[in-house]
Design a protein around this ligand. Structure first.
Ligand code: UFG
Length: 344
């Protein structure tokens, strides 16, 4: 029996959003998905419903439409907001920055303004480790590591988003806001009923690997072999999307239990860095598939090495990643196979 604690999940049909909806549900919340499906699919809703065994509430709206969005705040007694809805392709943001600033900033402003108007407190913002920019000489970043210029307009929208929330909090000190700075989410739900649905050619490493292995793409180009890392390829902190989803529930619990207003930022990563070559090797050894890959030049804007210091998430949220890196890779592969079956 659900206790009708309504949590608004903007972008709830997206990759991280859909996994978070499942976690919310299994922790007794009633998630309300807002999504206009421009970058996802209604099949995601079916997948979520199969996992939880119930119908889910969703509204097909664009959060940049203030009037439509306000209708949702009027119709439900919302207890908290998790704001995912945003564009996220780094490369596209360089080519079309205004699209990114317009959508990501207006979306945030609308959701924030209405949360304040309807007195909705817990507010979890989908931020990114991109807000650390290129931290000089630091590989393991803490939340106290100074923020610096992100390498893309997409990244700027996350940094500006955090700044907007900070300024808002000064004016509304009873607000309860947590910025979750994600590292690199990978994998899919172990049921293979939901997962990542890249639009066109993927930008991120894992879907690129799985699509190459399954034959959708010809080859994988590893961007750069001369970084100052153990094998010359870049190091990232890859986190299972289900662990990342659980961090949102913990964040919500934390904000609900705080009696005072607050704003804070928390890294959501495993604390472990892996090189691109390690990702490829692990994929090959787990799946038995060979990846057709070669080295190419460095990709503009890539940071050499970055991974999370995850002490704060443990201390504040009582959260840490539990899925292994191998599990995450296996689940990404099972999901890719499921997509192929759906295409047949
Ligand atoms: N990579 C390749 N070949 C590819 C794709 C990626 O070698 O075809 C490499 C990249 O150069 C990088 C690593 O794999 O070294 C990971 O790349 P991703 O694109 O998967 O992830 P990023 O770390 O670049 O980007 C992620 C998020 C962004 C966020 C950024 C912040 O996807 O949303 O981290 O650092 F802005």
């Amino acid at each position: 029996m659900q206790n009708e604690k309504f949590i608004l999940v903007t972008g709830g049909a997206g990759y991280i959003g859909s996994h978070t909806v499942v976690e919310l549900y299994s922790n007794g919340y009633t998630p309300i998905i807002l999504d206009d499906f421009r970058n996802s699919s209604k099949l995601v809703i079916e997948g979520i419903e199969k996992i939880i065994g119930e119908k889910i509430q969703f509204h097909e709206i664009d959060i940049c439409d203030y009037v439509q969005l306000e209708q949702i705040f009027r119709n439900y007694k919302i207890n908290g907001v998790i704001h995912f809805a945003a564009y996220k392709a780094v490369g596209e943001s360089v080519l079309d920055p205004l699209k990114y600033y317009k959508n990501n900033i207006i979306g945030l402003l609308n959701v924030l303004e209405l949360s304040a108007k309807y007195d909705v407190r817990p507010f979890v913002f989908s931020s990114s480790c991109t807000v650390y920019g290129e931290p000089k000489g630091i590989k393991e970043v803490k939340e106290s590591t100074p923020l610096s210029k992100p390498s893309s307009p997409y990244g700027n929208t996350k940094l500006i988003g955090e700044q907007i929330l900070n300024d808002f909090f000064v004016s509304q000190p009873t607000a309860k806001i947590l910025n979750l700075r994600y590292f690199n989410p990978i994998g899919a739900h172990p049921s293979s009923l939901i997962g990542e649905l890249p639009n066109g050619k993927p930008n991120n490493l894992l879907p690129y690997i799985t699509q190459t292995a399954i034959g959708k793409l010809k080859e994988l180009v590893v961007h750069g072999n001369d970084y100052p890392t153990k094998d010359g390829s870049c190091v990232r902190d890859y986190i299972h999307v289900c662990d990342l989803a659980k961090a949102h529930v913990k964040a919500l619990n934390y904000l609900e239990n705080e009696t005072q207003g607050l704003i804070d930022a928390v890294n959501v990563g495993t604390g472990q860095g892996k090189t691109v070559l390690e990702v490829i090797k692990t994929f090959e050894s787990i799946t038995g598939e060979k990846i057709n890959w070669r080295f190419g030049p460095r990709r503009a804007g890539d940071v050499d090495e970055i991974y999370a210091n995850s002490a704060k998430s443990k201390e504040l949220l009582n959260w840490e990643a539990v899925h292994s890196f191998e599990d995450a890779i296996l689940h990404a592969w099972l999901w890719e196979n499921k997509l192929r079956k759906n295409d047949e």
